[in-house]
Ligand binder design. Structure first.
Ligand SMILES: Cc1cc2nc3c(=O)[nH]c(=O)nc-3n(C[C@H](O)[C@H](O)[C@H](O)COP(=O)(O)O)c2cc1C
Length: 189
């Protein structure tokens, strides 16, 4: 089973990546064929709203999204991992999501299939330094709406509050296990 994961944190080896790697370990131990895309290594222009995609569902901006679109379309399972930055996903993650407006157009305007794969599922991992009750409410909505646009059902989430220093989530064995379990469940359920 093809699992595409997207690291939206610009901090390599940070809390988000540690949890994502645990989830990928859980997925590959249970038959997932996993790929990790690191957004900070890519050149992704934010959506320019030129709506060339309204003609055929294809984004006209020639940058690294052109390699990522087919991966998004062909994945059977998708994991998005982003830290909370100012109560939303990182700018890296948001730029990628906004560029998928072309897939939203494909689905809702052109009524074309977004993906050849049926029954796609996705998971979302997020971390933040503070502990507010509503900390993840906004990003949950963003990712749910994103998943809907690309025909992925939002099936698992892991939110971790109170982690700030680079890598400090590693001290929380229970959370690491939850991440591993998220990856496992994503491929076996
Ligand atoms: C630009 C920026 C904005 C942030 N905004 C928030 C925020 O709104 N709420 C919060 O609880 N933490 C916020 N944080 C803290 C990060 O979410 C936290 O340090 C997290 O562990 C970073 O994950 P990483 O190690 O994967 O980069 C912010 C950090 C940065 C760098």
């Amino acid at each position: 089973m093809k699992v595409l994961s997207v690291l939206g944190s610009p901090r390599r080896g940070g809390n988000t990546e540690i949890l994502l790697d645990e989830a990928l370990r859980g997925a590959s131990d249970h038959g997932g064929s996993c790929e990790k895309v690191v957004l900070r290594d890519l050149k992704i222009t934010p959506c320019l709203e030129i709506y060339k995609c309204a003609e055929d569902g294809v984004c006209a901006i020639k940058d690294d999204m052109q390699d990522l679109f087919p991966k998004i379309e062909q994945a059977q399972r998708l994991i998005i991992a982003s830290p909370i930055f100012f109560y939303t996903v990182s700018a890296w993650t948001k730029a990628m999501i906004d560029r998928c407006q072309s897939l939203w157009v494909k689905k809702y305007i052109l009524k074309l299939p977004v993906s050849p794969v049926a029954d796609r599922k996705g998971a979302f991992i997020s971390v933040a330094a503070t502990r507010g009750k509503k900390l993840f409410d906004g990003v949950r909505l963003t990712i749910k709406y994103f998943f809907d646009a690309i025909d992925v059902s939002y099936s698992h989430e892991l939110f971790v509050r109170g982690v700030d220093e680079k890598g400090e989530v590693r001290k929380q064995e229970e959370v690491l296990q939850q991440a591993y379990e998220l990856g496992r469940r994503l491929v076996v359920e």
